[in-house]
Each structure stands twice: as structure tokens, then as C-alpha cells.
Design a protein around this ligand. Structure first.
Ligand code: FES
Length: 232
């Protein structure tokens, strides 16, 4: 599921995959504050450990400033300079992890989980709904209106509420075809529906509500702990 996105610079601001790259990048005030919080977690000389959060901060700043959450090459260089790393080490990280977009995407990133639990629970219907609403036919393509980019991803770690669709940084769960259509239409109107189960499931409780530990708070104080084992 890894996409090796070309980072070879041809010297004209474009890269091997034809991405038009900005020539300048500077961290804004919000990013600087977030960067300071992360860097101080590490002892002197170990700041390179903050490369993942810093790339994520870059992606968030690009979303705020351009409407597209991605990490340009020049921003990877800015991260490398800030952390005292060789730029190639930052490129390696940014191109390895699928959550970093190294080319522009639409305003909303739709990431469909199609791993076995979600597939068994109907991810094909989620994909069909996404394609109907957006008109996107391939993967990692952006809709003509620039609103949506559609990607296929591996397990998102929420299998218990499958099938799951991640939109930007949030998870939407227990979806079917029609609820996915309603969800995407809401995003198209500029709304942001509450993340989580779209059926109202309480966290990962069974359908119909919790079946265990339902009366714990009415059972009085917890039992006394067992006495220690006698010495031999
Ligand atoms: S298989 Fe889809 S969230 Fe795990």
C-alpha cells in the first residue's frame, strides 16, 4: 500500500511525478507553537525524533493556507533544517508513510479501509457511494470540483465498528451505502458531521447497546481484595 511518490527535483520546481512544487515555505505562528511543544519532549541532540509530528504539522499548515493537506519538497527541507537532519532522511520518512501526501490533494481526503473486516462488512458499498458522489474513478484521484481525493488504505484500527471511512483526520464508522452518501453530501455543503459511529453505537458496544457491566455502578463498593498468600 505504499506509494513511492517521485521527489526527484528537475530544477524547475517540478518533480519526477510532475508535481508543481512551491519554492518557499515558512512555518506560521500556529505551527511554530506546535513545533516547540514537540521538540521539547526530546533531550538535546535527539530532536530528529520529532520528524513525524513536524511533517504532520506542515501538512496541517498547508491545509489551513491552501485548502490542500500535503507536504511540499521545500517544507521537507525546512523540517530537515529545523531538526538538524540531512534532507534525504526527511524525504525517506515523508515518502514511506501513506498519511503524508507528497502531492496536492482535494479539500477532503477520503480514505476507505478495504482490509478483510471492513470488506466483509461492506466496504465495497462505501467505495461505490464515494465514487457516485465524487465522480472519481481511480485511486488517489481528485474530483473535478477539487473537493475530494479518494484513497484506499489498510486497516485503520477500528475494525470493531467496520466498515470505516477516514475523512481528513476523523473516522466515520458503521457506514453503509446510503449513510456514506449523506455523509459526503454534508461535507459538500461545508458541514462537518460528528465523527464516530453513524448509527449511534456507544464506542464499540454491541448493536443494541452494552450487554455486560451494565449494573456495576449500582453494586456498591468493590469487594475486598483477596488476603495475601500465607508464607510457606
Ligand atoms: S479492517 Fe477496516 S478498520 Fe480494521
Amino acid at each position: 500500500m505504499l506509494e513511492q511518490k517521485g521527489a526527484e527535483d528537475f530544477g524547475d520546481g517540478s518533480t519526477a511525478d510532475g508535481v508543481s512544487q512551491p519554492t518557499e515555505f515558512g512555518f506560521d505562528a500556529q505551527s511554530e507553537a506546535e513545533i516547540a511543544e514537540h521538540i521539547k519532549k526530546y533531550p538535546p541532540g535527539k530532536q530528529a525524533s520529532a520528524v513525524l509530528p513536524l511533517l504532520y504539522i506542515v501538512q496541517g499548515q498547508m491545509r489551513r493556507q491552501t485548502g490542500s493537506a500535503w507536504v511540499p519538497r521545500v517544507a521537507m527541507d525546512a523540517v530537515a533544517a529545523r531538526l538538524g537532519m540531512a534532507p534525504i532522511r526527511v524525504y525517506e520518512v515523508a515518502t514511506f508513510y501513506l498519511m503524508f501526501n507528497t502531492s496536492p490533494i482535494g479539500r477532503h481526503h477520503l480514505q476507505i479501509c478495504r482490509t478483510t473486516p471492513c470488506w466483509l462488512r461492506g466496504s465495497d458499498a462505501i467505495e461505490a457511494a464515494c465514487r457516485e458522489v465524487t465522480g472519481i474513478t481511480g485511486w488517489h484521484e481528485t474530483s473535478a470540483d477539487g473537493l475530494f481525493t479518494l484513497s484506499e488504505v489498510e486497516c485503520l484500527g477500528a475494525c470493531v465498528n467496520a466498515p470505516v471511512l477516514q475523512i481528513d483526520d476523523d473516522m466515520y464508522e458503521d457506514l453503509d451505502h446510503d449513510s456514506t452518501v449523506r455523509l459526503l453530501e454534508a461535507f459538500r455543503r461545508g458541514e462537518k458531521p460528528k465523527p464516530g459511529s453513524v448509527t449511534g453505537r456507544l464506542t464499540s458496544a454491541p448493536e443494541g447497546g452494552p450487554t455486560t457491566l451494565t449494573t456495576l455502578q449500582n453494586q456498591g463498593p468493590p469487594p475486598e481484595p483477596a488476603p495475601p498468600l500465607p508464607a510457606e
